[in-house]
Design a protein around this ligand. Structure first.
Ligand code: HEM
Length: 352
């Protein structure tokens, strides 16, 4: 069964589907991941033989719900297993979800309509310089998608994998809506409508954020995505996790011609926050305050301009202080900001 037939044929006719909802729920509801997610998928699929073989199927909403819950469960288990083998994958998976979703722009001509957003278009946008380094997590997600494509879209898989990566890295459990439809090509990279306040560095003219944005630029950029100041400060706490490229030990040929390939294969990556770069917590905010007080030691942090813009601006600093003080305030603001970021273009009311 193709994804289009799953979501697109609800009103068409078909033969009988025998789904043992109770038994699938039982499988989905087990709290422990199975020893192998594919064993789990096989066990669950055995309960859904007709759904996976019909080319056109009329599914009840209950059956749809069960299938999506099944897909979500498989993806979350897959991420858990991958992170067990390679914890450094958490940052790239989260960044992949951010870059797939953040290209959303309101259609100036039609009220309430948007282009872009969480739609799997990242698979066509890997050459953008902002998406450098994202082919590794995309490959991992595409592998997972191969196991769940009868139930959910690639865009759903990306949003779920980002959420599961946060949880796997010690952050909050974030459930997300499902039913995103995959795009057939890249989203626009340039915004149709540029945004700017008084400063040069507040100019927002691309659908992914520039690392040079100042605090007004951040307000404009994230405001256009529907996020409040508190929400976007929390979301940027994602930089507690993961690393960025440096020129350290770069081969001399690369120093002459710093190609994308050189950057993708950079021998030394620097954590944003050196303490536990594969775990997410409110440490990022505590380090931002320490940086502001000029007390960080060399090598302790490697912030980019947008990170420090949040602590330099008094209006945003109050949220940095709030999250530095309270891990739980950070976790709940991060979770709801992530949901706001990725839960557009969805069809379910329920979150998985
Ligand atoms: C203010 C806007 C933001 C800018 C300008 C920005 C820019 C960047 C840059 C330049 C890197 C390093 C890329 C590299 O060298 O390979 C990076 C890494 C990262 N970003 Fe952001 N980012 C922003 C917001 C976010 C948000 C909102 C999230 C998630 C919700 C996020 C998640 C990440 C993660 C997890 C990494 C580390 C990836 C890894 O370990 O490979 N970023 N970001």
């Amino acid at each position: 069964m193709t994804r289009m037939s799953f979501f697109g044929s609800l009103s068409s006719s078909f033969g009988t589907v025998h789904v043992s909802i109770a038994s699938i729920r039982e499988i989905i509801g087990t709290s422990e991941p199975p020893s192998s997610p594919s064993a789990f998928a096989t066990a669950a699929e055995a309960e859904l033989p007709s759904l996976t073989t019909h080319s056109s199927a009329l599914l009840t909403s209950q059956e749809q719900e069960v299938m999506m819950a099944l897909g979500a469960r498989i993806v979350r288990d897959e991420v858990t297993m991958h992170l067990r083998g390679d914890p450094t994958l958490a940052g790239p998976l989260l960044r992949l979800a951010f870059h797939d979703a953040a290209t959303r722009e309101a259609d100036g001509d039609i009220n309430g309509l948007f282009t872009g957003g969480p739609n799997g278009s990242i698979q066509y946008e890997l050459e953008w310089s902002e998406n450098r380094g994202l082919s590794r997590p995309l490959q991992v997600v595409q592998q997972m998608y191969g196991k769940v494509e009868s139930y959910i879209s690639l865009a759903d898989t990306i949003a779920l994998a980002g959420a599961a990566a946060v949880e796997g890295a010690g952050g909050p459990k974030i459930s997300v809506k499902l039913g995103r439809v995959d795009a057939a090509g890249a989203d626009p990279r340039k915004r149709r409508r540029t945004l700017q306040m008084d400063t040069d560095r507040s100019l927002v003219d691309t659908t992914l954020p520039s690392a040079a944005l100042d605090s007004d630029g951040l307000r404009l950029y994230f405001g256009a995505l529907g996020l409040t100041e508190e929400e976007f400060v929390a979301l940027c706490g994602a930089h507690d996790l993961g690393r960025h490229v440096t020129l350290l030990n770069m081969p001399k040929s690369c120093l002459k011609d710093l190609t994308r390939d050189c950057l993708e294969k950079a021998p030394v990556l620097m954590p944003f926050v050196s303490e536990e770069p594969d775990r997410i917590s409110n440490t990022y905010f505590r380090k931002l305050l320490k940086w502001y007080d000029r007390k960080v030691e060399l090598g302790e942090v490697a912030f980019i301009p947008t990170d420090v813009a949040m602590v330099v601006d008094a209006g945003l600093r109050k949220y940095v202080q709030k999250f530095a003080k309270s891990e739980s305030a950070f976790e709940s603001a991060f979770a709801s900001a992530y949901q706001k970021l990725v839960d557009s273009n969805t069809i379910t009311q329920e979150r998985y």
